[in-house]
Design a protein around this ligand. Structure first.
Ligand code: 13P
Length: 259
């Protein structure tokens, strides 16, 4: 993928107060105007309406960090795709390793979230990745392949009009490879590792012959110093950035490298 088409997705996680978030959103939006990459921001739920106001006429997509599959109902603590769409969200992250590990979300629940979100017209960033133990046991390919295939099998069988996903700028299905051991640790996977796992994921995706492309992002300790070399890899379609995305200096430096 050409550098100009790469996706820079910012996962703000459970961080920032309203004023900090609106200032950061304004800053990112100004940088994004001069940036060739596609910029996405996922703030926490309470920040979303405030960030939405700042970003409504900007090039930046905003979305949520998780989503339920149903439109409404007795699901305490959850948020529906239609609630997110009502405030202009275009996507949701699902299956982040923090959801899988800390909150015990199963692969089945994550697939339900992803498909529900797509059915209601929200793009999805599905996160996959192996734990440190799985990495050390050389199980990366096995674990990641299972996570990707189980989602794509269900997607292929789901009653979703896949043709409507052909315009990847509006609605897209994205996979983010985030090795759990690289998240928030400062330990980045080597470019060889990243390239190899991304190549595996791309080759799995190809077998499904979907009428759209499925970009594959890398996440895990991406920062202003390593972003460019990771994103220069042909098989890396973008980055999912955590810590560096809530620091205006760091995200500013990352965005500047794409202008
Ligand atoms: P860090 O960039 O802080 O390692 O977080 C990555 C991540 O989890 C993005 O979803």
């Amino acid at each position: 993928m050409a550098l100009s088409n790469k996706i820079l997705a910012c996962n703000w996680k459970m961080n920032l107060k309203i004023q900090e978030a609106t200032e950061l959103a304004r800053f990112v939006s100004q940088k994004a105007d001069k940036c060739n990459a596609s910029v996405w921001i996922a703030p926490s739920f309470t920040l979303l309406p405030h960030v939405a106001k700042i970003l409504e006429n900007s090039r930046v997509n905003y979305g949520a960090q998780n989503v339920h599959w149903d439109t409404c109902g007795a699901y305490t603590g959850e948020i529906s795709p239609s609630m997110l769409k009502e405030i202009g969200c275009s996507f949701s992250i699902v299956g982040h390793s923090e959801r899988r590990q800390i909150f015990g979300e199963s692969n089945d629940i994550i697939i339900k979230r992803a498909l529900g979100s797509l059915k209601h017209g929200l793009s999805v960033i599905l996160c996959v990745g192996e734990t440190l133990q799985e990495f050390e046991n050389n199980e990366t390919v096995k674990v990641v392949s299972f996570q990707v295939k189980s989602f794509l099998n269900e997607l292929a069988n789901a009653s979703i009009e896949l043709e409507s996903f052909s315009d990847s700028k509006v609605k897209s299905i994205i996979i983010a490879y985030e090795p759990v051991w690289a998240i928030g640790t400062g330990k980045v996977a080597t470019n060889e590792n990243i390239a190899s796992v991304h190549t595996t994921i791309h080759s799995i995706i190809q077998k499904y012959s979907f009428p759209f492309t499925v970009p594959v992002l890398y996440g895990g300790s991406v920062n202003e110093n390593n972003a460019r070399s990771i994103l220069d890899l042909e098989v890396v379609d973008g980055a999912l950035i955590g810590g560096a995305s809530i620091d205006s200096r760091k995200i500013g430096m990352i965005l500047d490298q794409f202008s």
